[in-house]
Design a protein around this ligand. Structure first.
Ligand code: AMP
Length: 404
């Protein structure tokens, strides 16, 4: 069911959001993107006369316990989120230092339409990450309706993202607006793309992106490969990669992909040149060399100017663009030029040619933000792993749970 079609007036709506945001030592939220993106769903529910009970995870409290084996509640509390959340939704939020216990039940029993409660970190319970039925049932008792807007956690089969949905009938559960927009973005690209479709895939490892690359062969006209991944392809083709980050045991996969691409009519563009450095540091001595000619003492850290030119030309001729993964070590200013130039090419194709551009995957999202171009592309995903799995063609547990 669509969020707009749910009758939420005078109902208590349990909303799973993704408030897994970075918080600094002073308790300040340093990147509020996820809170900002969840706000439209919360505001809509309040405007429709619902009471809203929010739940989310934050960090990995089960994996990072205190020395005495207990949860580090101070480090992983969701309390610091409150101020930022209040700013975004324009109303007061009550924080409950509990998720399913008596305090949570009492707070929910008292809630009135137009009011908002934020429950404590769902991962304080070991059952959350195990998809535990009892925890899910207890959570389900905190709302008449369940809305899942936590796209960033949709690939997890956890109690609050998937199992909980079992306890609500089809007309009492839905995706939130953010989740809906993420699904529409992926659907547009995977199932109804305007051609030519160009996928830009970068980042560290071929092994992380093999499934994505395989899926892309089904519908992409062009695949641009950059980042350290490209050195595994280069090595597979007999190139010299020096000290570059490379997966020597993945060269067969790389060759296989190149072969499949040829038979499926997908053109794969590999870098023509590489910016190499002596060390893995921003200030290291650097130079540009042809791809596959990296000497022993050097390592590839970015794509070179000829690659930028060729890749930008392919991007400019595209009608649908997917970008996942940076072209180099963009965290270092001196090796961010290739990634920034690709960000500019994607923004230009979107603005000037009306291409549909989806930026999906954690690091390309940071890259487009760093380039200051996030508002000049069609869609920037909030879910790194979730978007990757969606694009690989997988059915995400959080999505299946709402649809079934
Ligand atoms: P991923 O999460 O797989 O998209 O990988 C992103 C990471 O890949 C970023 O932290 C980049 O710094 C890194 N990366 C990209 N190109 C290179 C390279 N040439 N050498 C080392 N790391 C790279």
């Amino acid at each position: 069911m669509k969020l707009q079609d749910l009758d939420v007036t005078d109902k208590t709506v349990l909303v799973r959001v993704d408030f897994n945001v970075p918080i600094d030592e002073d308790g300040q939220v340093t990147d509020d993107t996820r809170i900002d993106k969840a706000a439209p769903t919360i505001r809509h529910l309040l405007e429709e006369g619902a009471a809203v009970v929010l739940m989310s995870h934050l960090g990995r409290p089960q994996q990072e316990k205190l020395e005495d084996g207990t949860i580090d509640k101070e480090k992983f509390t969701l309390r610091p989120v409150i101020t930022t959340l209040e700013d975004h939704i324009g109303c007061q939020v009550t924080f409950v230092e509990d998720t399913i216990g008596e305090e949570a039940k009492a707070a929910v029993a008292k809630i009135e339409p137009g009011q908002v409660i934020l429950l404590e970190n769902t991962r304080f319970y070991a059952g959350e990450e195990k998809g535990d039925e009892d925890l899910a049932k207890a959570l389900s008792e905190l709302g008449d309706i369940y809305v899942n807007d936590a796209f960033g956690a949709a690939h997890r089969e956890h109690a609050s993202t998937a199992t909980v949905a079992k306890f609500f009938p089809a007309d009492k559960k839905s995706f939130g607006f953010l989740m809906g927009a993420e699904l529409d973005g992926a659907d547009k690209l995977l199932n109804h793309p305007a051609h030519p479709v160009t996928a830009i895939v970068g980042g560290a490892k071929v092994s992380d992106k093999i499934l994505l690359l395989e899926k892309l062969l089904d519908f992409a006209d062009n695949i641009i490969i950059g980042g350290a991944m490209a050195y595994t392809f280069s090595l597979a083709k007999g190139g010299k990669v020096g000290k570059s980050l490379v997966e020597r045991n993945k060269t067969d996969n790389a060759l296989e992909l190149l072969k499949k691409a040829e038979s499926k009519g997908t053109t794969i563009y590999l870098p023509l040149d590489t910016v190499v450095g002596k060390e893995f540091s921003n200030d290291t001595v650097s130079k540009v060399v042809p791809a596959g000619e990296i000497e022993d003492e050097w390592q590839g850290l970015d794509i070179g100017p000829k690659s930028v030119e060729k890749f930008s030309e392919v991007i400019a001729g595209s009608k649908s663009i997917l970008w996942n993964g940076p072209m180099g070590v963009f965290e270092m200013k001196n090796f961010a030029k290739g990634t920034n130039a690709i960000a500019e090419a994607v923004a230009r194709a979107t603005e000037e040619n009306g291409a549909y551009s989806l930026i999906g995957g954690g690091d390309s999202v940071s890259a487009i933000n760093q380039a200051g171009l996030a508002d000049q592309v069609s869609f920037v995903s909030t879910g790194g792993g979730a978007m990757l799995e969606l694009l690989e063609g997988k059915e995400l547990p959080g999505i299946k749970a709402i649809n079934s």
